[in-house]
Write a protein that binds this ligand. Structure first.
Ligand SMILES: N[C@@H](CCC[C@H](N)C(=O)O)C(=O)O
Length: 287
């Protein structure tokens, strides 16, 4: 079949966006993988599907597939692209929309300067819900209840790394590093992603604190490898940094592909993610 798509990016995290309101889509994991493949398909970190909602109070349903073909709960940079897409395609005339995801409703707003701000909802900090298996690990003091030790291997030697475990609808493990540029992301990222304490795997964040309102961040994403930016990863890193007493909201997040801004007022409050959302090209592919 011929599939119409739009290629988009937000801070270098790239997407194939598909209108499934006006096209019939029923693809296998293999077809999603092929579409995301940079040689055999269009190429993307994630594929984003725009559907009619099934939840009351939502304007659209947003489905997300990683480049490995797996469907996932949330994607922050994608949420900005989603909002830009539905506006550009005339699917909505509103500046603010309510979007149903696998992990609840999020609310993107188009800003006058062309950026998009997304109310991502409140982070989940309870380890079992992330999900993280803390069985057998010592209990953690109040206020440090997201920080857990993970045993990894670095150049053949065992290494114990404290990670903050946070869900933004999808699971994240954030570690603090001296220098994000030289952090061993390619070596540690896959070990964190597949660590047995994360039953649904996890996105692995490497955060360098530049000052209390600025971090540098690299994320080895579950199901996609290292991307140039990760929106939910930025939210999780800032939540972890604020809880660890290292950061104050709002925080500028420098990723390899661009800049994001994250605001969080604390426990029980929604995280707000702001950044760019850009259309790169449109096309049609035989799939
Ligand atoms: N790039 C995304 C996150 C996409 C999903 C993630 N890889 C997962 O498996 O949870 C973002 O901007 O949040």
């Amino acid at each position: 079949m011929k599939l119409k798509f739009t290629k988009m990016q937000g801070a270098g995290n790239d997407f194939v966006v598909i209108d499934a309101i006006h096209q019939q889509i029923d693809f296998s994991a293999e077809q999603w993988r092929r579409l995301a493949d940079r040689r055999f398909g269009v190429g993307a970190d994630q594929i984003l599907i725009v559907e009619r909602p099934t939840a009351p109070g939502a304007d659209f349903r947003y489905r997300i597939f990683n480049s490995d073909g797996g469907e996932v709960e949330q994607c922050g940079n994608g949420a900005r692209a989603f909002a830009r897409f539905v506006s550009d395609k005339g699917l909505s005339g509103e500046r603010s929309i309510r979007v149903q995801t696998m992990s609840g409703i999020i609310a993107p707003t188009l800003e006058d300067d062309g950026s998009v701000t997304v109310d991502m909802g409140a982070p989940v900090l309870e380890p079992a819900t992330v999900p993280f298996d803390s069985a057998g690990l010592p209990g953690l003091p109040q206020g440090h209840d997201t920080l857990w030790p993970l045993t990894l291997q670095l150049q053949g030697a065992p290494l114990e790394v404290p990670v903050s475990v946070v869900s933004m609808g999808n699971p994240h493990a954030v570690q603090v590093v001296e220098d994000a540029e030289t952090a061993p992301v390619a070596e540690l990222g896959p070990q964190v992603e597949h660590h047995p304490r994360f039953p649904k795997r996890v996105n692995a964040g490497f955060m360098q604190v530049v000052d209390r309102r600025h971090i540098k961040l690299r994320v080895f994403e579950r199901g996609a490898g290292e991307t140039l930016a990760c929106g939910t990863g930025a939210c999780a890193a800032v939540v972890a940094g604020i809880r660890r007493g290292l950061l104050d909201s709002p925080v500028r997040v420098s990723a390899r592909g661009g800049e994001l801004s994250i605001a969080w007022a604390g426990e029980g409050q929604a995280v707000h993610l702001s950044g760019p959302a850009v259309t790169v090209f449109e096309g049609e592919i035989n799939i």
